[in-house]
Design a protein around this ligand. Structure first.
Ligand code: AQP
Length: 337
């Protein structure tokens, strides 16, 4: 069976960007493909500690699993939920891959540049985490990795590391994830999803941003979230149209409206064509986001911790079994075994 895999860092609660860019696409694919695909949804707890952790990491881990169920994930024997730090092969393979990755290629990663920009000191985890991400993917031969647009460069790195390793050892040890264009086709989208900051729409909505009004957190009071949409930065063009280059604020709102209601962007754009009143668009998007958050937050409360733990323990048994076998193959190739 082919594998679809994704993960969401738990350094803090997710934003609407994480939800629309990564959680919802994964849940939709999981529900559609679970009969004949492995669906690996893991909690990248080791990735999470590269940033400051807000709140309690253990609680954040449980909350992260609940988020997938609240988004509509249907349990199934092929759906595997696990914590990265409970599966040691991730860290072990990471080291071996580190020894096959170059400082040059890692320093070209946009995420590294953005996360280290303007900082006097940057931890080595921020530099190395794309290699751990490659290990997360290659251990399970995951060909499809639904992520937001910001992570596509890391998927390309994963492909390169896999192919380099296979060439070096003369056999197909790793299955590389499919190319970005094929990832997009599989996700059923033309471009990667990138939800923008509400206050600075040139940038992506980011959970670590200090500007509270720039981001909607999935556990924000729905009224507060609606107010953040109402105060979103727009422009002075005076036309409601999708033009991410010249009107990123308005385009971002149109994109949010489409994704929250699961309707094609083109349909939303047509509905608003010819309209000029930005306030009306904001009202509509604010109301869509508010309703979505109310339903989502009510569902979050329905899932007990005990159920989450049962799923995690079962998933970790599966993940350890699969990953240990792949790690042994790698260790044999390198000569460690
Ligand atoms: N703004 C976004 N729009 C669409 N997708 C996004 N993702 C992140 N931001 C957006 C996608 O969410 C998934 C999980 O991301 P993550 O939490 O593992 O790490 P991140 O990319 O570092 O997320 P943030 O919000 O940007 O966190 P901080 O501010 O801490 O760095 C990924 O699939 C990502 O593409």
């Amino acid at each position: 069976m082919k594998t679809i895999l994704t993960g969401l860092r738990v350094n803090s609660e997710p934003t609407l960007g994480n939800y629309l860019g990564a959680v919802l696409p994964m849940v939709r694919l999981a529900n559609a493909y679970k009969a004949d695909h492995n669906i690996n949804i893991f909690v990248p707890d080791l990735h999470s500690i590269i940033s400051k952790v807000d709140g309690n990491l253990k609680k954040n881990i449980f909350r992260s699993i609940k988020i997938y169920f609240a988004a509509g994930l249907e349990p199934n024997e092929n759906v595997h939920l696990y914590r990265q730090s409970y599966v040691p092969a991730h860290s072990e393979l990471c080291w071996i891959l580190e020894c096959n990755a170059s400082m040059g290629e890692l320093s070209r990663m946009t995420q590294y540049k953005e996360k280290s920009e303007g900082k006097a000191s940057v931890n080595a985890g921020i530099f190395n985490y794309p290699v751990l991400m490659a290990a997360d993917i290659l251990l399970y031969g995951a060909e499809y990795v639904p992520v937001g647009e910001d992570q596509f460069q890391h998927l390309e790195l994963t492909r390169n590391l896999a192919m380099r390793f296979n060439n070096k050892y003369g056999r197909e040890i790793f299955i590389p994830p499919v190319k970005t264009e094929d990832q997009l086709k599989f996700m059923g989208v033309e471009n990667g999803i990138r939800i923008r900051s509400l206050t600075d729409p040139e940038r992506k909505m980011s959970k670590s941003s200090r500007a509270e009004n720039s981001k909607i957190m999935m556990l924000d009071d729905p009224e507060v979230a609606a107010k953040k949409i109402m105060s979103a930065t727009t422009d002075s063009v005076g036309k409601i149209q999708y033009d991410m280059f010249n009107q990123p604020g308005i385009s971002n709102l149109l994109q949010i409206e489409a994704l929250v209601n699961n309707i094609p962007l083109q349909d939303v754009v047509s509905t608003w064509a010819g309209e000029t009143r930005y306030g009306d668009l904001k009202q509509k998007v604010a109301s869509s986001v508010k309703s979505m958050l109310e339903i989502f937050q009510a569902r979050m409360k329905e899932i007990p911790d005990e159920t989450v733990l049962e799923y995690l323990e079962a998933g970790e048994e599966y993940a350890n079994f699969v990953s240990k076998a792949k790690l042994l193959e790698v260790q044999n190739a390198v000569g460690l075994r």
